[in-house]
Design a binder for this molecule. Structure first.
Ligand code: ADP
Ligand code: MG
Length: 683
């Protein structure tokens, strides 16, 4: 693709300004669409101006004066056959005073406002004209820009590339025709130079078919690129393991519960994938407490039964430890050898684990990020399971895929997440994965009651902690998040701990925070799980996965500082047993912002992770919700997932068809839309 600098008419100065906007090619410039438009296609007689209206007038300057009261400003009066209007400039250059000399004929465009001398325009756009200078024939686009790059320069730059050469159609007409969408060239011409008959509102609210065509193209490009990566990876070879005949039923028979329908459905989907000779790429979504661990364990057994190794990775040591415990309990009776690997092990145990993994003696490896490291060599890895996948970067997942690389077989991949992702987001940003959803919780859970309490009522809350523990239950006290300083966060946790010990002499109080050594953390969690401590003071490290069913009360301090998904995750730590559970969100009356209040309201009103995620999406946008994944995925510039949901559905359906029928069209389309930066999607 040519760069702009190779095209006649672009000076190096303009090129470098455009580069600041991320525009390097004619295609990128063409896709830099206007924010709004000005209607300079006709001239309004001054007498016919209406207040509040945007209008263009033309006349002769009859007065030009710099006044100093109430402040320095340039006042210019312009007259046409019908009347006079005042133009006012508060910021102006001496050259402007000269350009607006009495006797000059100008056209001015601006909003009509009431002024001292009748109607006026403040800082109108204006230029010198002759009596026969033609009016514009198209609406004037206003582009997103950057300091030093004028609207006129961008407009000229766009006009230079608005030629057939750069506007070639990438899609066959059977793709966009049935959707009643116009072709690419006329859509772009229209958006950059709309004719005055078009209703401005349809351009500005993006409902015009030309906008829709561009939004569709962008969504389609995203789908195509992700489906292409998906298809490429699917061509890889992986160990096919037929459904288990023995281990799975043995384990199921030993469990104190039966799988829910929702679990059975996803177990079947995963089992089917594992039996294929191509790598599974599946994301398992399920709200906190929906029972993903057992599903992962059953998947592992299918591979293990055929002699393939399985790795299970969790983002924190506490969580990995908990998986290790749980799986040891389930699997050791089945004589399954499990290795445990974390960054904090001493050299000797670590080397032992590594050796058992490398020899294949340990058929299951459980751990943290440590499992990604280069020195970890599996004998024959068949399946990698990543819990809370949004906590891991794309690079780490890539490293994991390479673990199978010594043979020609790649491991299957199962990603799990408790961050419920709104359907629109998963349809678009997870199009390169198959998605399974556990959409119901196991029976017998009573929903957690959530209370919003201002932090001047702390004493009452302390009493509630006392009561809960007196009844034999346990409680969490979550310390505020202090993003700016880890030291301060630590101090707060220590202070709270000291305070609680004093406040509750009759209770055993524990403390867990991110700076503790893993062995210490582990000891604290064990004591809490065994009810040796009744109150656990914690930082947000307990956010994911921790499972202590006897805990029935959670107090979260400064809840207004936390994100919605985070609060939902935290709250999910209680309500895991049969007792009625409560989550108290303490907020600071002074510090709670508007958006903080909106967030707390959502959490207060809903227990449904998907609803909360949808609200989070509206409050914060997709970037934050997707976490590290966003770095690897092309973000949308034109389409809007809320507004353009229908187009997204169409694009999703079309992508696979295009990939199989017209590879050349796919290549051309992706070339136009994805100039750079989509490398990481391949993970
Ligand atoms: P999450 O999806 O948040 O990882 P877990 O796998 O930790 O959830 O499961 C939460 C709790 O529910 C665990 O104690 C688990 O043993 C239990 N559980 C899982 N499936 C069922 C079921 N079908 N019936 C009853 N309890 C279940
Ligand atoms: Mg879990």
């Amino acid at each position: 693709m040519p760069s702009l600098s190779e095209i006649r008419g672009y000076t190096p100065a303009v090129c470098s300004q455009l580069a600041k906007l991320g525009i390097h090619t004619p295609q990128a410039l063409l896709l830099h669409l206007p924010l709004r438009y000005l209607d300079e296609t006709h001239v309004t007689a001054i007498r016919d101006l209406r207040l509040g209206e945007q209008a263009q007038i033309e006349g002769e300057v009859v007065h030009n004066e710099v006044s100093y009261k109430p402040r320095k400003m340039l006042n210019v009066r312009v007259q046409d056959d019908s009347g006079i209007i005042n133009l006012r400039f508060i910021h102006f250059y001496p050259s402007q005073i000269a350009a607006l000399q009495v006797g000059t004929r100008i056209r001015a465009f601006g909003e009509v406002r009431p002024g001292f001398f009748g109607y006026e325009m403040v800082h109108p756009q204006q230029r010198k004209v002759k009596e026969d200078t033609p009016v514009n024939t198209a609406l004037t686009p206003v582009y997103p820009t950057t300091a030093g790059l004028s609207q006129n320069t961008i407009r000229k730059a766009v006009n230079l590339v608005l030629t057939d050469e750069h506007l070639q159609e990438t899609l066959p007409d059977w793709v966009y025709g049935p959707l009643q969408l116009p072709d690419f060239a006329s859509s772009l011409r229209l958006l950059h130079q709309p004719s005055p008959e078009i209703a401005l509102a349809t351009l500005e609210n993006h409902s015009h078919p030309a906008w829709q065509r561009l939004a569709y193209d962008e969504l389609l490009a995203q789908q195509l690129s992700m489906r292409q990566h998906y298809a490429r990876r699917k061509q890889g070879r992986a160990p096919a393991a037929p459904p288990s005949r023995q281990l799975v039923s043995q384990l199921l028979a030993s469990l104190p519960f039966a799988l829910t329908m929702a679990q059975q459905k996803v177990v079947a989907e995963i089992s089917h994938d594992l039996a294929q000779p191509h790598p599974m790429q599946r994301l398992l979504l399920g709200d906190v407490g929906s029972g993903k661990t057992i599903v992962a364990c059953l998947a592992a057994l299918q591979m293990i039964e055929q002699g393939w190794q399985v790795a299970i990775m969790a983002p924190t040591e506490i969580l990995a430890e908990q998986h290790y415990k749980k799986l040891c309990g389930w699997l050791q009776p089945l004589d399954i050898e499990i290795a445990w690997l974390t960054g904090s092990q001493n050299k000797k145990t670590r080397e032992q684990s590594l050796a058992r993994i490398a020899s294949g003696e340990a058929i299951l490896a459980i751990g943290t990020h440590a499992l990604f490291q280069e020195e970890v060599q599996f004998k024959q890895l068949g399946l990698a399971i990543v819990d809370e996948q949004h906590r891991f970067g794309v690079h780490q997942r890539l490293a994991l895929r390479k673990k199978g690389q010594h043979s020609s077989l790649e491991p299957h991949q199962l990603m799990m997440s408790a961050t419920p992702i709104p359907r629109t987001l998963s349809m678009s940003y997870y199009a390169d994965l198959d998605v399974s959803v556990i959409d119901a919780l196991p029976p017998g859970r009573t929903p957690v009651a959530t209370k919003l309490v201002a932090d001047d009522r702390r004493d009452e809350i302390l009493q509630r902690v006392r009561d809960a523990c007196a009844q034999g239950h346990q409680a969490y006290w979550v310390c505020p998040l202090i993003e700016e300083s880890e030291t301060l966060q630590l101090q707060t946790a220590n202070d709270t701990y000291a305070y609680m010990q004093q406040a509750f002499p009759e209770l055993q109080v524990g403390l867990v925070h991110g700076r503790m050594k893993p062995a210490e953390k582990q000891a604290v969690m064990q004591a809490f799980a065994a009810n040796q401590t009744q109150l656990l003071v914690a930082t947000t490290v307990i956010e994911v996965g921790v499972d202590v069913p006897n805990a029935s009360l959670m107090v979260i301090e400064h809840a207004e500082r936390m994100g919605l998904s985070q609060l939902h995750q935290l709250r999910g730590r209680v309500g895991r047993g049969s007792a009625k559970s409560t989550c108290i969100l303490l907020y600071s009356k002074q510090q709670c912002s508007q958006i903080g209040r909106a967030r707390l309201k959502v959490i207060y009103e809903s227990n449904d992770g998907f609803h909360i995620a949808q609200a989070d999406l509206q409050l914060r946008g997709p970037g934050e919700l997707l976490g590290t994944r966003q770095s690897g995925v092309p973000m949308l510039k034109i389409a809007d997932l809320e507004r353009d949901i229908a187009l997204l559905q169409q694009a999703k359906q079309m992508a696979d068809e295009l990939l199989s029928k017209t590879p050349q069209a796919v290549a051309a389309h992706l070339q136009r839309w994805l100039s750079h930066g989509d490398e990481l999607v391949k993970v």
